[in-house]
Design a protein around this ligand. Structure first.
Ligand SMILES: [Zn+2]
Length: 201
C-alpha cells in the first residue's frame, strides 16, 4: 500500500470513528472508490453541511441548525418536564422510545474526574439557571448506567432538588429477552434496588 498514501490516509481518518476499525474503514474507502467521484462529492457535501450549519441549541445544547433545536422550538412539547441526558445521541434514543414529550438538557458528557472532566466541563450552570427560572414540575435524570453516569446523576439530582419539586430517574430495566443468569451482577443489582410495586402505574 506504500504507493497509495491518499488511500491510507482516508483509512486512518475513517478508522477514528466509533465502532469503525481499520478493516471496516478500508471497506468504506473501497466502496466509495467503486461508486466513483459522485459518491465522494456527495459525502463531502454532506460533511461540509454539518460543519457549516450544525451548532449547539442555545437553550438545551442539543444539536441544532438554528438558535433553538427542533424540540425547544416545538410549542407542542411540555415545558414543565425536563429530561437531562449526557449527549445528543442519548436524546435521540429517548425520542426514538417515544414516551417523553417534555424538553431536554444535554450535559455534553459525564463527570469523569480521572479524565479531568469536572462539573465546569458540563452544561450544569445553564441547567441551574433554567431550573431557577422556575416552571418545571419534574426533572428526569437519564444519564447512562455507568459508574460515571451514576456519579453525574447524583450531582444533577443534588443541584435540582432545591429547584424542582420532583426529581426522578430512569429505572434500571432488565433487557427484554434477557435471562437473569446471563446478566452482569450490577444490572441485576440495580434492577433489584429499583424494583417497584407490581400493581402501581
Ligand atoms: Zn434545544
Amino acid at each position: 500500500m506504500k504507493g497509495l498514501p491518499s488511500l491510507e490516509r482516508a483509512v486512518v481518518v475513517l478508522s477514528r470513528f466509533p465502532g469503525v476499525g481499520p478493516k471496516s474503514a478500508r471497506r468504506m474507502v473501497y466502496h466509495l472508490l467503486r461508486r466513483g467521484p459522485d459518491a465522494i462529492r456527495e459525502l463531502l457535501d454532506a460533511l461540509e453541511g454539518i460543519g457549516a450549519r450544525i451548532r449547539s441549541c442555545e437553550r438545551c445544547h442539543n444539536l441544532s441548525e438554528g438558535l433553538l433545536c427542533w424540540i425547544c422550538a416545538d410549542p407542542a412539547r411540555d415545558p414543565t418536564r425536563i429530561c437531562v441526558v449526557e449527549e445528543p445521541s442519548d436524546l435521540l434514543a429517548m425520542e426514538k422510545a417515544g414516551l417523553f414529550k417534555g424538553v431536554y438538557h444535554v450535559l455534553g458528557g459525564r463527570l469523569s474526574p480521572l479524565d479531568g472532566v469536572g462539573p465546569d466541563a458540563l452544561h450544569l450552570a445553564s441547567l441551574e439557571s433554567r431550573l431557577s427560572d422556575g416552571g418545571f414540575v419534574e426533572l428526569i435524570v437519564a444519564t447512562n448506567p455507568t459508574v460515571e453516569g451514576e456519579a453525574t446523576a447524583h450531582f444533577v439530582a443534588q443541584l435540582a432538588e432545591p429547584l424542582v419539586s420532583r426529581v426522578t430517574r430512569l429505572a434500571h430495566g432488565l433487557p427484554m429477552g434477557g435471562e437473569l443468569e446471563y446478566l452482569d451482577e450490577s444490572t441485576l443489582y440495580q434492577a433489584m434496588v429499583g424494583r417497584r410495586d407490581f400493581r402501581r402505574d
